[in-house]
Write a new protein. Sequence first.
Length: 350
Amino acid sequence: MKAVAAIVAWVLATGTGFAGVAGAGEVRCGDVITVDTRLHGDVGPCSSGGLVVGGDGIRLDLNGHSVFGMADMGDGVGISVIGRSGVVVTNGTVSHFDAGVYIEGGGYNRLSHLSVQDNISSAQAHLSPDGTLSFGDGVVLNSDHNLIDHNNIVHNGPNDGIGVFANSGHNTIRGNVVTDNDVRAGPGPSFDDGIRLESGAHDNRIVGNIVEGNGRSGIAVFAYGSGNVVRTNAVRRNGFTGGGNQSGIGRGDGIRLYPGSTGTQVRNNDVFANRADGIRVDGQSNMITRNRTGGNGTGGRGYDLHDGNRRPPCDNNVWRANTFSRGRPDCVKGPPGGSAGLNSPARAVR
């Protein structure tokens, strides 16, 4: 789990140059946005953070322009929304920072129609006391009741494309393209998940996203997460590049529920051609229903459906009406006779 207090302190120290309060006229690196603002040109290159939203209910329209860093380690956060509510950031590109967009506290904010790309932090920089990465994300949420929709989240890392911090809840991540977040940065850990719900994240909805070509898992739900919903996503070809394949700490599953995750609904997803398992569940009391899977385990070992609980098998997880070729153990296949488990041949990758 990432160290939230350390990250906030770092954002305030380096990611906000406070070059001025912006509302009209030219917007510069480090400006604090206090009224509705529409950009009329690119902002950057920024060496210590891009823009900071400094009020509630602000609309920041990038107007097709870019906010960009120097592509050096230590460039801070592209757009910071800390302790604010009702903020909308839309219509442009955020790139070449240590993290693209960071939302901390507040709530009911929206990120839409953004291209968040090439935001990369060193695996040796900005480490929390426990040695885990503090940055290296496209979008970071440590907040409740936010909407992240219809964005392109591409080639960020080495942490994740979209990361939801511990205890954040009731966020909706919908209709995004989350691809190629597969950065290998330095000798330290590279996680490279597409969408990642940290331990304790609860009641979040991951709906209708395309999650493809990320370094480790496409969608990962960690321990003590509860009540999350993962549905109608296309999750394909994850786990072949970046930290998930090279660092030895990741498998490359399509959708992964880690031990301790409970009450998660995984339904109506298309999960094809991932390096390890298509859907891997190690938590308890989850529902995995009506997913279409095939061609997973292409890295040499893996199943379309895999429940890691052995004593008892599946441990109160419900597997029902999923299509698959290979599943382990038998409880993922539904009741005896197959009335709930549809065991179909491998299907062509979409």
